[in-house]
Design a protein around this ligand. Structure first.
Ligand code: N01
Length: 547
């Protein structure tokens, strides 16, 4: 185990706060803490701005919540920035981040291509010593900071399948979040493995251009139409009138969006009204039918199945071959609707009507191995490819943390600490790891919350906390084991009342071999979560020891 505390190398940055990750959460911390006089820097492993919007450069990558709230609430930004459409693509989002960094003059406090690889806490000084690798040179350097804020999001650790032979494949192979810049798929024979939000976007985008596309499906997606619309200058001006209200309203909604779930119990709703409401939500497109739909769907799988039947009726006619339709849109719901993320699509289902697009159902023919030329399935077929795309998702909640060799005061790593299950107080911190605070981390609303909303609202709690510590001459904050237990019990009770445990989803951490299956996104909704956070801070940061 590296003894960083005894490492005598010169220190590159001596900071109050070191933020790991330059996505929405990290950039928000940088701007706010800097304006309050903290010495703060962001270390970002990527070579350019954007967080996930830098890493996910696959064809068709596009945000799937409306731009109205998928942005910072800072007026200096939204007064000037114009969106070209309601669901902007990756390039536009990365340009947005560059604009923010430029407009707020943040570049001098961001180190790009800098991957934090290890950290040790000095109990004498209450400071972290952090080791970082320069991704361009491979060299490492040391920094010190009182507080270490891992702002790693849910998509920083790509999940690779362990198919035998993958490393020996002679063609090109990459994960959707490690897409080679400007890689041209034209005329190639392509495999896409995985049909989550990333796979759906890739498939519908490349299908018209590739020579042949084989989609390997383990679980069918319940993809819903996006319906993006172009926004001209007048439309942006009209949106600007609404932003101040929307930035206030978002914190009253379940998912931090401009719309809320419907709390009316479906038992009190007639069949006609139920269907009319679904029709209305469907016509709006986007995630409305899910995060703006009947909340009952998350507690009662019969309700989920009724929504599934509606979705199926809408989707089925788009697929010409009935056998193929049964695989993509099965008559029996593969999981209660809403327990897996609904990808957004525009031509995903239509793509399967093309002669050059094929579906392999992995339940019928599992992948046996990757050969030098392609993929061999259990039915004995060898599918030949030029490219294998791994749209296999992420080790979302704890993967970013467990990848860094952080040692807590007891010498344990995050991997050790989470071996029997993840533990945090308020989704904010873990006992034994003082002066580390998360935003959008495990056991916070994260995957159920619009990213920028939680980056800011959770982020404000962290900023206020650091100001409180500074104003009171305190140098250390640490979650108590009792508060962790209480949070785990609370989250566990909420989770048990929902239908989420009925699906093998990444929400349940079920996609990561070796990690405990448990719901790691807080399912109580953003308002309840914020109330719990306020209860703690209003009571002198109850659940945390400050010294
Ligand atoms: O990952 P996923 P994703 N063999 O985990 C399959 C956000 N996002 O990158 O369902 C075969 O959802 C796996 O199958 P199964 C969004 O929050 C946002 O697509 O586990 N297949 C599944 O089909 C999203 O939810 C945006 O049975 C394997 C797929 O791979 C989250 O990121 C865009 C396999 C993984 O789906 C993750 O989405 C994209 C194996 N060994 C993503 N392992 C926007 O905002 C996994 N699979 C636009």
């Amino acid at each position: 185990m590296t003894n960083l505390l005894a490492d005598r190398r010169a220190v590159t940055d001596d900071l109050d706060v070191l933020v790991v990750g330059g996505g929405f959460s990290g950039i928000y911390q940088l701007e706010r803490l800097r304006s309050l006089g903290f010495a703060v820097k962001v270390y970002e492993a990527g070579s350019d701005a954007g967080g996930v919007w830098h890493w996910n450069q696959y064809p068709g990558a596009r945000v799937d919540t409306e731009a109205t709230l998928y942005q910072f609430s800072d007026e200096r930004i939204w007064r000037e920035w114009n969106w070209s459409e309601m669901y902007p693509g990756q390039e536009e989002l990365q340009a947005y981040f560059r604009f923010v960094i430029d407009r707020l003059d943040l570049a001098g406090d961001i180190r790009f291509s800098s991957r934090v690889i290890a950290a040790r806490f000095d109990e004498e000084t209450d400071r972290w010593t952090v080791e970082t690798r320069d991704e361009r040179t491979g060299e490492t350097f040391l920094s010190r900071a009182r507080f270490l804020l891992p702002m790693l999001g849910t998509g920083s650790k790509a999940l690779y399948p362990d198919f035998p032979g993958l490393a020996d494949f002679q063609g090109d192979s990459f994960h959707t979040s490690r897409w080679p810049k400007n890689y041209d798929m034209t005329g190639k024979r392509v495999a896409v493995i995985g049909t989550g939000a990333s796979g759906v976007q890739v498939v519908q985008t490349i299908a018209p251009d590739v020579a042949h596309l084989t989609v390997f499906q383990r679980t069918p997606a319940t993809a819903i139409p996006m319906y993006s619309r172009k926004l001209d200058a007048a439309a942006n001006d009209e949106l600007r009138q609404r932003y101040p209200h929307l930035f206030e309203y978002r914190e009253t909604t379940f998912a931090g969006l401009e719309y809320n779930v419907i709390f009316t119990p479906t038992a009190e709703v007639s069949d006609e009204e139920f269907t009319a409401t679904l029709e209305d939500l469907w016509s709006k497109g986007g995630l409305h039918i899910w995060l703006g739909g009947y909340a009952d769907m998350f507690f009662n799988s019969d309700v989920g199945d009724r929504i599934y039947a509606f979705w199926r009726e809408k989707t089925l006619p788009r697929i010409k071959d009935p056998a193929l339709a049964e695989k993509l849109v099965p008559s029996v719901p593969p999981y209660p609707f809403g327990t897996k993320r609904c990808p957004l699509e525009w031509t995903y289902y239509d793509a399967f009507n093309q002669d050059n697009v094929e579906l392999v159902d992995l339940h019928e023919a599992p992948i046996q191995e990757v050969t030098r030329n392609g993929i061999r399935t259990a039915d004995g077929r060898e599918h030949e490819f030029d490219v294998i795309v791994l749209a296999t998702g992420f080790d979302s909640f704890t993967g970013g943390l467990t990848d860094i060799d952080v040692r807590g005061t007891g010498g344990e790593s995050f991997g050790d600490a989470f071996r029997e299950g993840t533990r945090t107080a308020l989704g904010r911190a873990t006992a034994g790891f003082p002066n580390i605070l998360y935003v959008y981390g495990p056991q916070s609303p994260s995957a159920f919350c619009n990213g920028p909303t939680c980056a800011e609202l959770e982020g404000d709690w962290v900023v206020d906390c650091l100001v409180h510590l500074r104003d009171n001459g305190l140098t250390r904050i640490e979650a108590t084991p009792e508060a962790e237990q209480e949070w785990n019990d609370h989250l566990g009770a909420l989770a048990a009342a929902t239908t989420f445990p009925l699906a093998n989803s990444w929400y349940m951490n079920a996609n990561v071999p070796g990690k405990k299956t448990e719901l790691l996104a807080y399912p109580g909704g953003l308002p309840l979560y914020l109330e719990k956070c306020r209860e703690s801070s209003d009571h002198g940061y109850a659940g945390f020891v400050l010294s």
